[in-house]
Design a protein around this ligand. Structure first.
Ligand SMILES: NC(=O)c1ccc[n+]([C@@H]2O[C@H](COP(=O)([O-])OP(=O)(O)OC[C@H]3O[C@@H](n4cnc5c(N)ncnc54)[C@H](O)[C@@H]3O)[C@@H](O)[C@H]2O)c1
Length: 470
């Protein structure tokens, strides 16, 4: 409650409230505001369906025409969105997807939810934000509010999006904060997390002006219980990076300790973390793994270190944690090589089965998955027969570090498949994997997630990352 109160405890005095803000406020109150979501992926589609589900006419914009066709037929492709919820808003005419910006003029509130990747040299690639902002600018009119949600470095909202909008606004005599509005509100969705949904995950909002912050907070309050306003978009942008870098740094710390436990022998990092987590204050458990994945944690730190360089500042913690985390797939590959050598089989004849290629448990997202890196590295070492099984990922295509395109199909995980491979590598701890059967029939298991911790039998053939015997 405290956060909502904060949002509305010091509202702008009535006489300073710009008329256009008042109009938008009324439209939100009577649900006549049209919401526009640019980028209908993991972030944008759930948000669009959420607003449409609350009765707002919602337009989704995506350059991917195939996605747009599917959505307008009520076909869902994002795990966190319920098929029935999407179908309902499509059938009720509350949600419509568009593959161009022709209808952008109808939109009162835009959300920009486009990708923010890095270049091959790990510099920020803001071209998607730029193109979304240009799409909005072409249709800019009085009364519109733009909320950037893509994770990015501090000053993107004011330094990149604002000038693009202002160029068009000037031609129309529109002023930011008076006639149209701009804010940053980072996304906190955690795909696959059933406990925290859009509604019960607090959001942070920072507008370019006070009216921008208040309007954006009001918009977010339509779908989120708790809104925490901050003094500027830069604070909100930095806050999001802090959240993700906090994870990256802490994961790096346990990854380093996991390797130390393996070096010392006889100490399991998993048991250590479990024990430390009994402390009721001042400690938060993080777990080791085969490397970072997904669109956020492996990428976002580079957005900040890139910005820092402009200020002659080296973000040593960030660089160090990236280094430790990026080493993990190499460490896993060394363990797989040892497991092959133990048998002994030449690498070229070894058959390796990778269990799980999604970057984390129970999701279908393979972006930057450490599994693809491990497959790539094993192939470089000369392992030719590599298969994978993942109930969430029927087929996998990715580009290797040498630029080669690889396409693999998931194999069925049964006794035959387990026995046919020399080493089975658990890369993702999907709940659906039959761990008892895996322990029974796989010749050797390299377990990077401690996923077989509850399996009491066949422990002698299980090598656990950080288990002291990796
Ligand atoms: N996925 C997550 O869990 C998560 C969590 C928090 C924040 N984020 C951030 O949210 C942003 C979006 O991530 P995502 O995972 O939803 O990406 P995504 O790749 O799943 O979806 C992005 C969509 O945007 C579309 N697109 C790209 N450029 C466009 C343009 N100019 N106009 C219209 N559509 C365009 C793409 O076709 C795609 O459908 C990123 O900045 C990411 O870092 C993601």
């Amino acid at each position: 409650m405290r956060m909502i109160e904060q949002a509305i405890s010091e509202p702008m005095s009535e006489k300073h409230w710009p008329p256009q803000a008042g109009t938008l406020q009324e439209k939100l109150r009577d649900k006549t505001a049209t919401i526009g979501v640019i980028g209908l992926g993991y972030v944008g589609l759930p948000l669009a369906v959420e607003f449409a589900g609350k009765g707002f006419h919602t337009l989704g914009f995506d350059l991917n025409a195939e996605r747009v066709i599917r959505l307008n037929e009520g076909q869902n492709y994002i795990q966190d969105v319920e098929n029935a919820a999407l179908r309902k808003v499509v059938e009720e005419g509350l949600f419509r997807a568009e593959d161009d910006f022709a209808r952008a003029g109808e939109v009162d509130v835009f959300f920009i939810c486009v990708p923010t990747p890095v270049t091959p040299y790990k510099d920020p690639d803001t071209s998607y934000i730029r193109s979304a902002a240009e799409g909005i600018a072409a249709h800019l009119r009085a009364g519109q509010l733009v909320i950037l949600k893509s994770t990015t470095y501090p000053d993107t909202t004011e330094g990149l999006v604002q000038p693009i909008l202002e160029q068009k606004a000037r031609q129309q005599g529109l002023h930011l904060g008076r006639d149209y509005f701009l804010a940053f509100s980072p996304e906190r969705i955690d795909p696959g997390n059933k406990a925290f949904t859009t509604a019960n995950t607090p959001v942070v909002v920072g507008g370019v002006t006070q009216a921008c912050t208040e309007l954006a907070s009001l918009v977010m309050q339509q779908v989120v219980h708790l809104v925490h306003p901050v003094s500027s978009p830069k604070v909100a942008e930095m806050e999001k990076l802090l959240e993700n870098i906090f994870r990256s740094v802490n994961i790096a710390l346990v990854n380093e300790l996991a390797r130390l436990c393996d070096r010392i022998g006889g100490i399991s990092i998993w048991e250590v973390v479990e024990a430390a987590a009994t402390k009721p204050f001042g400690f938060m458990p993080f777990y080791p793994g085969p490397g970072l994945g997904g669109h956020c944690i492996p990428i976002d730190p580079y957005y900040l270190s890139w910005l820092a360089r402009k200020y002659d500042f080296e973000t040593s913690f960030i660089t160090l944690s990236a280094h430790v985390n990026e080493e993990m797939p190499f460490y896993v590959v060394e363990a797989v090589q040892r497991a092959i050598a133990e048998q002994p089989i030449p690498l070229r004849d070894a058959k390796v089965l990778i269990l799980g290629v999604a970057f984390k448990a129970n999701v279908d997202d393979v972006r930057h998955s450490p599994a693809t890196r491990v497959i790539d590295l094993l192939r470089e070492k000369g392992v030719k027969k590599i298969h994978y099984s993942d109930p969430f990922v029927p087929s996998l295509s990715f580009r290797t570090h040498r630029g080669e395109s690889l396409q693999l199909a998931s194999v069925e995980l049964d006794r035959e498949a387990l026995e046919a491979h020399d080493v089975v590598v658990v890369m993702t701890d999907h709940g659906a994997f039959p761990y008892a059967q895996i322990a029974e029939h796989a010749p050797v298991i390299v377990d990077t997630r401690n996923a077989l911790k509850h399996i009491p039998h066949n422990r002698d053939k299980i090598r656990v990352l950080g288990g002291g015997d990796f």
